[in-house]
Write a protein that binds this ligand. Structure first.
Ligand code: B12
Length: 297
């Protein structure tokens, strides 16, 4: 497990990137890299800031371990279907190191988060779900794969630069009776990557407490993840009542594999997304429309 906001000296970062310390210090002084200073006035760089710079400058890492990152294996991520199969097998054999190395390699190499979530992870779990459905795997393997994936995503989240002070707020969750946590965690990470102050409130939450969270946080976006619905007619009634009671400033975004075309017609929402790519586009537009003066990352 790597620290939330580990900071490194220019010498360590220069070694990680494979450039001279003087070049690295010049980039800092040119403002290309955000730095903090120790009490003694020494420059320090956060791991998230170094990764942001590498993704923006399309640079790779010569010695990732110098800043606590796994080896970056670009060859292993050349082909989506191949890397998805490798990740699936690593999950099913509880090989956390390989899952971590491949997901970090994708992110540090510049992959958009929605591509990692929509084109790889969601497909891997659809296949794992089928294998369980066909009794090809024990149920514990599906659950353990889920735990490993969620732990690794939470670690990957520490590489996403934190939102700036005063940035707009987005929160979300899955509803009572729905125990799925990964989709909501993914939406949170997408939001943070766009500069939002975002929190996934977690799973299995009743509407009353969600309304309390909305009154506390006054979010510009509230998302609901619907992966499992016990009683559809009860949900339609309670959901539309909830949507009715949202403050005008809060837009309601929904998504999830439990949303059938039939159900979609009966729910009130601002936007219904099929994947993370769509919520990213929506959140970017709302950000720019509602916060023209706030610098976007
Ligand atoms: C892992 C898993 C679980 C875990 C989840 C653990 C966790 N901590 O999250 C747990 C143990 C809770 C679980 C339980 C059950 N499960 Co289950 N589960 C799965 C599995 C294998 C993966 C789901 C997942 O998280 N995928 C990863 C996410 C990220 O992918 P995704 O859901 O496709 O989401 C993508 C898009 O839909 C979209 N999206 C999704 N949500 C949102 C939200 C927003 C706001 C936005 C913008 C986008 C968005 O973006 C995502 C990325 O592209 C699926 C198999 C599958 N086909 O997906 C079965 C599956 C969904 N489960 C199934 C079933 C039947 C159940 C149970 C009813 C079993 C039982 N009898 O107890 C229970 C119900 C529990 C409940 N009440 O919630 C069936 C559903 C069949 C059906 N259509 O109804 C499936 C399809 C398995 C199967 N093949 O049969 N499950």
């Amino acid at each position: 497990m790597i620290g939330d906001q580990a900071h490194f000296s220019p010498r360590m970062v220069a070694r990680a990137i494979g450039v001279s310390e003087s070049s690295l210090k010049r980039w800092c002084d040119q403002g290309r890299l955000d730095i903090t200073k120790t009490a003694g006035g020494h420059r320090r760089l956060s791991r998230a800031e170094v990764v942001r710079f590498l993704r923006q400058a399309n640079l790779s890492l010569a010695d990732p371990e110098a800043i606590g990152l796994p080896k970056i294996d670009s060859d292993a991520i050349r082909d989506d279907p191949v890397v998805s199969e490798t990740i699936k097998n690593a999950l099913l054999s509880a090989d956390e190191a390989t899952v971590r190395q491949l997901l970090f390699t994708m992110y540090v190499s510049g992959w958009r988060l929605h591509r990692i979530f929509d084109d790889v992870i969601s497909r891997v779990f659809a296949s794992i779900g089928e294998m369980f459905q066909c009794n090809d795997i024990e149920i514990y393997k599906e659950r353990l794969s889920c735990e490993i994936a969620i732990n690794t995503l939470r670690e990957l989240r520490t590489l996403i630069p934190k939102a700036k002070q005063g940035a707009p707020v987005a929160i979300g969750a899955s509803l009572a009776g729905d125990f799925y946590t990964m989709p909501s965690l993914m939406v949170e990470m997408i939001m943070i990557s766009l500069g939002w102050r975002a929190h996934s409130l977690g799973s299995n939450l009743p509407f009353a407490t969600l309304l309390a969270a909305i009154s506390d946080y006054q979010p510009q976006i509230f998302w609901v993840s619907l992966s499992y619905i016990e009683d559809e007619s009860k949900l339609i009634q309670e959901f539309n009542d909830f949507a009715e009671r949202l403050p005008k400033a809060t837009t309601l975004a929904i998504g999830g594999q439990a949303i059938t075309p039939e159900l979609r017609k009966q729910l009130n929402f601002s936007i219904c997304c099929d994947n993370m790519r769509q919520i990213e586009m929506f959140a970017k537009n709302i950000y720019q429309l509602r916060n023209p003066n706030t610098q976007n990352i």
